[in-house]
Design a binder for this molecule. Structure first.
Ligand code: FMN
Length: 216
């Protein structure tokens, strides 16, 4: 059994997305103690910004016509795709930055999507958990309702483009306690945190069980 884990926080020491993903992973590992966990940390080790361009511009070229950069870019895409395809389950932990899909996550997605196996349906039905954390609150009626352009996009590509079997854990208001302007939301944020932690554990168990069910 194997789990692929993606982290994308640029501040891992205080990361709430990592903390939630740790809860998911703990449940997975409790059920599958011998499982391999393959890790890719885009926050601490971003992918080169030129990789995607080098792959796209190499389209249609024979191997011997590739520049060294293009060759390297194609090899990296294959490695990233292998990490997803070879795993029995996926765990992706992605914070909201500047109201959109973080550039380093989009870059990773774009590169993997150049691999014909990924855009050809190799991830169809793969069990996955997406953890998203948001500093603010985007619920209906809040001033920033509709401004989270990360979670809906991630859902769409994971569920509809990859066809993965997705569960989502979202925690809002992680900046409460960090940004004093949000102090009035302390109690609400504490409740949200507890609920997200419970859901992370629940989804971790579900992820482990799904693999068991489909492997049986
Ligand atoms: C550069 C930067 C941009 C951010 N942009 C947003 C944002 O647009 N909306 C939001 O709700 N929170 C925003 N945040 C807050 C993060 O989403 C929040 O701190 C989250 O918990 C970070 O993930 P982590 O705890 O896993 O590191 C931003 C944080 C940073 C550092």
């Amino acid at each position: 059994m194997s789990l692929f884990r993606l982290d994308a926080s640029i501040t891992p020491a205080t990361s709430q997305s990592r903390a939630l993903a740790d809860l998911v992973e703990a449940e997975w590992s409790a059920e599958h103690p011998d499982s391999i966990v393959t890790r890719r940390d885009l926050g601490t080790t971003p992918l080169p910004a030129t990789t995607w361009r080098d792959i796209i511009t190499s389209s249609g070229l024979d191997e011997d016509a590739l520049s060294p950069d293009q060759r390297e870019a194609r090899a990296l895409a294959a490695t990233l795709a292998d990490e997803l395809i070879n795993a029995d389950a996926l765990l992706l932990a992605v914070p909201l930055y500047n109201w959109g899909v973080a550039a380093h996550v989009k870059s990773w997605y774009d590169i993997t999507y150049t691999d014909p196996r990924i855009n050809g349906g190799a991830l169809k039905g793969k069990p996955a958990v997406l953890v998203t954390v948001l500093g603010g609150n985007y619920n209906p009626g809040t001033p920033k309702e509709g401004w989270d352009h990360s979670t809906p996009w991630l859902r769409r590509v994971i569920e509809e483009v990859w066809g993965a079997d997705l569960l989502v854990v979202q925690r809002q208001f992680t900046l409460v306690g960090v940004n004093p302007a949000l102090d009035q939301f302390t109690d609400q944020a504490a409740e949200i945190k507890v609920a997200a932690e419970q859901l992370a554990a629940e989804h971790g168990r579900a992820l482990a069980a799904k693999r068991q069910a489909s492997a049986a």
